[in-house]
Design a protein around this ligand. Structure first.
Ligand code: HEM
Length: 489
């Protein structure tokens, strides 16, 4: 009698699972019918869509962005990708880029950004500035952060930027004296981390002099963890990966705990009326106080943003500097011209003023061209909630739209001879790229740290250009290997 009941239950359970699976397959079929008029590469399978191709690309040494570029050449500037019932439309058309990125109406795709809320189960970027998809949640934070990153405020922090680049210079001179090669990518990684710690949080850790710093290792591990988690949602399921996963979770915790400590210390100092550094943290706490932002949820969000600044700001800037140095090393004529400009503007001056930054016309062109070829945060995603016509194709609402700056900045439709490193593209008299160049994203969700990173990028160059020749300190191969891994997110 009992076994009969068990059989009944099993039968109904199996029927329910089978019906649910069938219903899901019908839903996927319906989604295919809805979007299959949009061109795209052939799917690997009905259910998985293009996911196996992504996994294969992720495991190979190739950049996944190069695959997207290849598809843009083959299928045009608008093409479709499938993963189960989820549709991503890759868009590289200036008009649609302008419409969607410039308007607050199109929110970030929650599916993509929610995946960074946690890192293997540990709160990571949470609902901080990069990951907040909800407009109100994002806007409230951005209002508090904006003044701290304004040019007016950053002007007052020039002393620290100069001090940090001076340190890099001293370090490079020490290395040059010993006639050993310097791995520039490692050095700029240390300097950018130092700058963010000092300028943003008033903490001087001097990573250039530290070997094996737990904080620096934690930032690196989290960045690696992000790539692993995003590329392979099943990574944590395999026992062989458990040790790595635990290390990444510990790293995420260390970052948050450090943020907690630094923020609490500053709050107490402000409450006690102590003299506090005039840095970004003080500015943020002051604005938060004025806006009465002090609930437990706000506190968690402040920690989300602490982690966000390091994750969004350090590697992006360090990689750009590394790529710029690499290209300067490869193009002696460009290097010579940039050096002449720096010499002319600075002469014998040691420190760069905020006003000087605007005078480095050619150096800025070099940096812009670097971000064209190597956008260190290579895109953004929006959720399309309503039907839209893009490039003559009707795109039904209910899908994700991906904008890859890497792809659009390398398309010969927009940039002639795209693989050539040519700073002349950004000459004042050259035609301005029209919504096909957006290394810092565009519109309301544009990078908060753009000015910050520009100051950070110009200051070390004064030294590279005045005092050392690239052959003295470049280890291009090593640097290239490092930066390529990081680009391929
Ligand atoms: C070369 C350097 C940098 C590049 C290329 C870059 C690029 C970008 C891009 C493409 C986005 C949009 C991301 C998305 O939509 O998913 C972004 C957002 C952001 N970046 Fe940067 N970034 C750089 C440096 C920095 C620095 C130094 C900081 C801070 C210290 C920073 C903080 C942020 C923040 C907070 C956001 C979110 C803005 C918002 O949605 O309100 N970035 N960045």
């Amino acid at each position: 009698m009992i076994s009969e009941w068990v059989l009944y239950v099993m039968f109904y359970l199996l029927s329910a699972v089978f019906s649910a699976f069938l219903a899901y397959c019908l839903y996927v079929h319906h989604i295919h019918q809805k979007y299959d008029h949009i061109p795209g590469p052939p799917r690997d399978s009905f259910l998985l869509g293009h996911t196996p191709t992504f996994s294969r690309a992720a495991k190979s040494d190739n950049l996944i962005q190069d695959l997207f570029l290849e598809w843009a050449d083959k299928y045009g500037p608008v093409y479709r990708l499938n993963s189960f019932h989820y549709i991503v439309i890759e868009v590289h058309c200036p008009e649609a880029t302008k419409t969607m990125l410039m308007s607050p109406k199109y929110l970030k795709d929650p599916f993509v950004y929610k995946r960074l809320f946690n890192l293997f189960g540990k709160r990571f970027l949470g609902t901080g500035l990069v990951t907040a998809a909800d407009h109100d949640v994002w806007y409230r934070q951005r209002r508090i952060m904006d003044p701290a990153f304004s040019s007016t405020y950053l002007r007052s922090l020039m002393g620290t930027f100069n001090e940090m680049s001076e340190r890099l210079m001293d370090h490079l001179e020490e290395i040059a004296d010993t006639k050993t090669p310097a791995v520039m990518h490692d050095l700029v990684n240390c300097v950018t981390l130092d700058v963010i710690c000092k300028v943003a949080f008033g903490v001087d850790l001097n990573f250039l002099k530290q070997t094996d710093s737990p904080f620096q290792n934690a930032v690196e591990l989290c960045l690696r963890g992000m790539v692993l988690d995003l590329r392979d949602p099943f990574f944590a399921l395999f026992p062989k990966n458990w040790k790595t996963v635990q290390q990444i979770k510990d790293a995420a915790e260390l970052l948050r705990k450090t943020g907690e400590k630094w923020i609490q210390k500053r709050k107490t100092a402000i409450e006690n009326g102590e003299d506090v550094p005039k840095d970004i943290l003080t500015q943020i706490l002051k604005t938060a106080e004025e806006e009465k932002v002090n609930s437990a949820k706000d506190h968690e969000q402040m920690l989300d943003n602490f982690v966000t600044f390091f994750i969004a700001g350090q590697e992006t800037t360090a990689n750009q500097l590394s790529f710029a140095i690499m290209e300067l090393g490869r193009h002696p004529e460009i290097y010579k011209r940039a050096k002449a400009e720096v010499d002319e503007i600075l002469g014998t001056k040691r420190d760069i003023s905020y006003e000087d930054l605007g005078k480095f016309t050619y150096l800025s062109q070099v940096l812009k061209e670097t971000l064209r070829l190597y956008p260190t945060a290579p895109g953004t995603n929006r959720w399309l909630h309503e039907d839209m016509v893009i490039n003559g194709l009707k795109i039904p609402g209910g899908c994700s739209v991906a904008f890859s700056s890497y792809v659009s900045q390398r398309m010969d439709m927009y940039f002639k001879d795209p693989l050539k490193f040519d700073p002349e593209r950004f000459d004042v008299n050259a035609p301005k790229p029209y919504y096909c160049y957006y290394p810092f994203a565009l519109g309301p969700r544009t990078c908060l740290g753009q000015v910050f990173s520009q100051v950070m990028k110009h200051t070390p160059h004064k030294h590279n250009c005045t005092s050392l020749s690239p052959s003295e300190f470049l280890d291009i191969q090593n640097m290239q290997a490092n930066v390529c891994i990081l680009l391929d997110v």
